[in-house]
Design a protein around this ligand. Structure first.
Ligand SMILES: [Zn+2]
Length: 404
């Protein structure tokens, strides 16, 4: 059971991998300790009890609750057994160490005013440099290794700030430093699915992958006009790759923000509406493990979309999906309606609705980059209003300098 394994485990399976999964579930408190059902060779069987335990683990960790141990669930499950100090941590460029102890390390570094990047449980280069900076600051050899000495240094230091405020401050500070403007930013648009995976099919001949790409192009046109550098994770012609690969691509672009576009689908056909998702760990103490800008953009975007399109508000949600978790910048996923719903599909078959969604994206982005200054008039702001508002803010800033 190595982190590289790509085996998917589900109800009815048995074998050493299932035994290992059961051990992790006992450690995480989701499976009562005791005798699992075993097969002829003594390995655990993936029965209903195990499936239920997997679901409860997924629920708590904000993963998709399907009762199946795929790559994402495995990675989180495997990392969950470590607490900070259990093992020596260091940065390995070829394979980032992953686990709850890395989450604790990153949260600790952030609390102490160092900047480990997103608190994502992956020991990457920014965690490494924050760790070395911390070691140097407390007079240790900056070797980037969390051993007994570094652990003692952590223990001897009081918390300088509490909980998630460090994360929030850092994200806000990044935006403040880069200025109140969209121009010059890089936004990665990720039209869901693609290649051999069309996504959901719906009424009016709608296909999710095509619809997402169509919407992405409409957003691109508007953003480019504002001087934004727009990058796509895929077009019709390119191989889309997994969500992990899309996240790595966004990281390689050094983007300011990632927006992933999907539609939803339900078996019954009655579900309808739009929802947004941002990076956040539901168990995170004090919301240390939480993208504040992601949440803010997800909220604003959904409000703008709902106000402009009339789609039902299915709220915005914190999730730890790979695309949200593995991106180093705020990332948001928008599900713009259910293709399986008559009303939603009819709305989306009308290209005007897509234009409204595209405009909602631009307005929400501008509002995020205005910071906290503007929380008024959600859903009625037009681009022209915003331009005027921005000019007003700029002249006020200039005025502040001389007014004393
Ligand atoms: Zn989708």
């Amino acid at each position: 059971m190595t982190p590289q394994q790509s085996v998917v485990l589900r109800l009815g399976d048995s074998g050493p991998a299932v035994t290992a999964v059961c051990e992790r579930l006992v450690l995480s408190g989701d499976l009562p300790p005791g005798r699992e059902h075993t097969d002829a060779s003594g390995d655990a069987v993936y029965d209903e009890r195990v499936e239920q335990a997997v679901k409860s683990f997924q629920q708590r960790r904000g993963l998709i609750v399907d009762g199946i141990v795929g790559r994402s669930t495995y990675a989180v499950l495997d990392g969950a057994r470590w607490t900070l100090g259990d093992r020596v941590l260091r940065y390995l460029p070829e394979h980032f160490v992953e686990g709850d102890d890395v989450v604790a390390l990153q949260a600790r570094l952030a609390e102490l005013g160092f900047t480990p990047g997103k608190v994502d449980g992956l020991h990457g280069p920014s965690t490494d440099s924050a760790l070395r900076a911390f070691q140097a600051a407390v007079g240790l050899v900056p070797d980037g290794t969390v051993g007994p000495e570094t652990m003692r240094a952590f223990a001897g230091l009081r918390r300088s700030v509490s909980g998630g405020s460090a994360n929030a401050l850092r994200e806000r500070e990044q935006i403040r430093r880069s200025g109140f403007s969209l121009s010059g930013r890089t936004i990665v648009l990720d039209p869901g699915h693609g290649g051999r995976d069309p996504g959901a099919h719906g009424r009016h001949g709608l296909v999710e992958s095509r619809l997402a790409l169509d919407l992405a192009r409409r957003i691109e046109g508007r953003l480019s006009a504002h001087g934004v550098n727009v990058v796509f994770t895929r077009t019709e012609a390119t191989d889309p790759g997994t969500d992990e690969e899309r996240a790595a691509f966004a990281n390689s672009c050094d983007a300011d923000l990632v927006l992933s576009l999907h539609t939803d689908h339900s078996v019954t056909g009655s579900a309808h509406g739009a929802a947004t998702y941002f990076y956040g760990h539901p168990d995170s103490p004090g919301r240390a493990d939480w993208s504040v800008i992601g949440e803010s953009f997800a909220d604003l975007l959904l409000r703008e979309v709902v106000a402009r399109t009339g789609l039902t508000d299915c709220r915005s949600h914190a999730r730890t999906w790979p695309l949200l978790r593995r991106t180093r910048m705020p990332a948001v996923r928008l599900d713009f309606g259910y293709l399986s719903h008559g009303g939603d599909a009819a709305a989306l078959a009308d290209t005007q609705t897509l234009d409204h969604v595209a405009e909602a994206v631009v307005v929400a982005l501008q509002r995020v980059y205005l910071g906290d200054a503007d929380t008024s008039r959600t859903g009625v702001l037009r681009l022209d209003d915003l331009r005027r508002h921005l000019e007003m803010m700029r002249s006020q800033q200039l005025g502040d300098g001389t007014a004393g």
